[in-house]
Design a protein around this ligand. Structure first.
Ligand SMILES: [Zn+2]
Length: 317
């Protein structure tokens, strides 16, 4: 009897020890993650990068190389920016931005759940600011092979070498700031995920030609969009977003939407858009799996800025 009692006591002690070790390990892992996330915060990450020889030498080279380069056109579709997949097949790419900053740090979990449940591949353009506010969410998304992670700028500033603004958001002020916006963001994403982004969509999609050329020099393609969903304002009804997408869809279209506004109707619109596009024979792809271009296969030329009101709601500064 006493031996059974002792065994039980021993068993309870072992169980307590295992539970203690488990929770201790859990605390260690959580600490490690928050420790890691701290070193990736924009300001700390940039400070460290500036002491990195390869980064500072490349920055110097870019600054001197672009010293006499004119800013050129300013807009969403300037020369060198891609906006469509080169194809005549019925494929389209949903791209979702996460802008960060005031009013831009949210996470639309229901939308992402919908994409995952429906197995819809998508390209996620994330800014360094948004990563700072949603580090663990970002880490989880980056592990999901359904999604491609791309670059939406370090501080979510329109990319300019002369301090142009778009929709009330001040752009980068000079060549060095533009370089940081593109390259530091790319390095941050690579440092966290192990993958260097291939594409850069500037905040508000506005860029000047010098920034587009600079991105290309860094091995990064500037991407705008073909179809503007207008999803990023809370009062835009799902039916309007649905119409914006479905009525303007063409083979190869890159659609711009957001996944940082749970208060908006993006998911509700997607629940209508996806079955309709499937009915029309479209399938969904990520950008990285295809060649992009600036002019669609119908031969339509380029314009600098569309007349639509750009509703990216980039009041997040
Ligand atoms: Zn944005």
């Amino acid at each position: 009897m006493s031996s059974i009692f002792q065994n039980k006591k021993f068993h309870n002690k072992s169980l307590m020890r295992i539970i203690f070790i488990f929770f201790f390990a859990l605390v260690l892992v959580e600490n490690a993650i928050s420790q890691n996330s701290k070193e990736f915060i924009n300001a700390a990450f940039l400070k460290k990068l500036n002491t990195d020889k390869s980064y500072s030498e490349l920055k110097k080279k870019i600054i001197s190389g672009f010293a006499n380069t004119k800013a050129g056109q300013w807009g969403e579709f300037v020369t060198g920016v891609d906006e469509i997949i080169r194809t005549q097949k019925k494929i389209i790419a949903f791209t979702f931005d996460a802008c960060g900053g005031k009013n831009g740090n949210g996470y639309d979990k229901e939308l992402i759940d919908y994409l995952q449940n429906e197995k819809i591949p998508a390209t996620l353009f994330v800014s360094g600011k948004w990563i700072d506010s949603q580090f663990n969410v970002f880490l989880n998304l980056s592990h999901d092979s359904l999604f491609e992670i791309e670059n939406h700028g370090l501080n979510h500033r329109p990319c300019s070498v002369t301090g142009e603004s778009a929709y009330g958001i001040k752009g980068t002020g000079d060549i060095g700031e533009a370089f940081d916006e593109i390259e530091a963001s790319a390095r941050k994403i690579e440092a966290i995920t192990g993958h260097r982004p291939r594409y850069f969509r500037s905040a508000t999609a506005f860029m000047d030609e010098a920034c587009v050329t600079m991105a290309a020099r860094l091995g990064i393609t500037a991407v705008s969009y073909k179809v503007l969903s207008g999803d990023a304002l809370p009062f835009t009804p799902a039916a309007v977003i649905e119409d914006n997408v479905v009525k303007k869809i063409i083979p190869g279209a890159i659609i711009i939407m957001h996944f940082n506004h749970p208060e908006c109707n993006t998911k509700e619109a997607m629940q209508k858009i996806v079955p309709e596009l499937r009915e029309m024979g479209y399938t969904f792809v990520r950008l990285r799996d295809f060649e992009l271009t600036s002019v669609n296969c119908t031969g339509k030329g380029k314009i600098i800025q569309k007349t639509d009101v750009h509703t990216e709601s980039h009041k997040s500064k």
